[in-house]
Design a protein around this ligand. Structure first.
Ligand code: FES
Ligand code: FES
Length: 156
């Protein structure tokens, strides 16, 4: 089966196996920020944006993304907000093995860019709820996100 979809701003065409998930299609497309963890929708390491909203790509059937817009971390590396979020995570010491970091960054980016964005502690904690980290826990990531929110507030 052939599908066409937008990947990081460019239309692409892929032949997919029956039953393939989006995670597989993206890694086969050299989107190596998309990590394979649980493959059951529980860990968040495979998080990408589907039409601007975060999804666990391991539980999205590849056939569903025909004509849809997918954004991975690779597509946001030059985005000023993503640069701020990345720096904050690194500076806070919340990146150790780094396996969870791309998924966390995508989840935070979605929260910061959603039109009804709410960047208080509860909302940011909720945004990170689906992203598991085996190394550092969850406090440093939250502190990093709050720091970025404070910086952005100061720039307004
Ligand atoms: S690999 Fe997709 S949620 Fe864990
Ligand atoms: S930094 Fe290793 S899993 Fe989060």
């Amino acid at each position: 089966m052939n599908i066409e979809f937008e990947l990081n701003g460019r239309m692409v065409s892929r032949d997919i196996e029956p039953g393939a998930n989006l995670l597989t299609v993206l890694r086969d497309s050299a989107q190596f920020s998309v990590k394979l963890g649980c493959e059951t929708g529980d860990c968040g390491s495979c998080t990408v944006l589907l039409n601007g909203l975060p999804v666990n790509s391991c539980v999205v059937a590849a056939g569903r993304i025909q004509g849809q817009m997918i954004t991975t971390l690779e597509g946001l590396l030059d985005d000023p907000l993503m640069v701020k979020l990345q720096s904050a995570l690194v500076d806070s010491g919340s990146v150790q093995c780094g396996y969870c970091s791309p998924g966390m960054l995508i989840s935070l980016y979605a929260q910061f860019t959603h039109e009804s964005q709410n960047l208080d502690e509860d909302s940011l904690r909720h945004a990170l709820t689906g992203n598991l980290c085996r190394c550092t826990g969850y406090v440093k990531q939250l502190e990093a996100a709050l720091e970025v929110a404070k910086t952005l507030e100061g720039e307004r």
